[in-house]
Write a protein that binds this ligand. Sequence first.
Ligand code: PLP
Length: 355
Amino acid sequence: MQLPAHGANAAALYKAMNVKMPEQVIDVSENVNYLGLPKQVEEEWPNLFVKIAGYPDEQAEPFRSKAAEFHKVAVQHVVVTNGAAECLMALAQYFKGKDIALLQPTFSEYARTLKQQDCVIHSILAEDFCHYRFNNELLEKQLKQVHACYICNPNNPTGVLLKKHWIEQLIKKFPHCNFVVDEAFMDWTDESESVVSLVNTYPNLIVVRSMTKMYALAGIRLGYVIGQNAEKLRNYLPHWNVSAIANEIGCLCLHDKDFVMESRKTSSKLRSQMVADLQLLGCKVSDSAANFLLFQLQEQYNPDEMFKYLLERGIVLRHTRNYAGLDGKWFRIAVKSEEIWIKCKDELTNYVKNH
Ligand SMILES: Cc1ncc(COP(=O)(O)O)c(C=O)c1O
């Protein structure tokens, strides 16, 4: 049975699972900010209408400069993309046919886009999913042989935040290897482990950022890449790849510190509650720093059965069948609202009690 490769696809998932979709569904399979857009986007929305008719700026200015200013990097080191997803497509073309290491389990789009470009994937599996820890000896052995290594930080699907110091050591030790550090969820943390500040020092570092998670812009599409060699990716991007609307909205969002602080605060409070509740149910739970977490029920329970049980009751978890090493035995759940969590927890508790 082929399930949708990503979250936020409830109708297709119900169809693939052959389960009747209830009228009311709680979708905790996707990780977009539950608070929605910053309010100034809604206020400005009528003024954005006039932007539809004209072509957008080909360098995505002024958003590009705002992003550079935000991260304190040179403008020429920033390339804006139609969501981070477009950046991943361009990177795969840039690395065409090369050997690439992936720290697994991780976002499935890396392998998908790289395989399309005939890259050879070297998967390095975490020894411990809850803490996303790796055997350094094995990792370094692989890094000697590859042209690039993708690291997702905080990691999707575990939410674990790797240390900047640990990543820097690898970047420094393997200068022949390009390190792609995907920080799509970094704005859910205090940014202290972000490697953006290392871009000026290391030409083999490429940082990917997304605006779609924190600012709930998944439908608008906006992301960017930061690196000394970022400009090279332009060869693989369409000319007007970022819409004028996305550009304007990105500028409105990027400096809204209050919105980001509020989102982080509410999400981390609820996440702690979710971890405690899941542990009480006997689950293994990842040490997440993001707005989602990964969990596994105790071994006596059948994960497929539980997934279906919840779907029948209108709760859509993110399956992990396309995450290396997890093979559907773990589930990712988004941190949304307390009300949503209570509904999920009650159904999970019912399942555990009755099976
Ligand atoms: C780790 C990671 N990177 C990148 C992306 C793509 O983000 P965007 O919506 O900006 O294309 C996602 C989307 O789920 C993701 O989880």
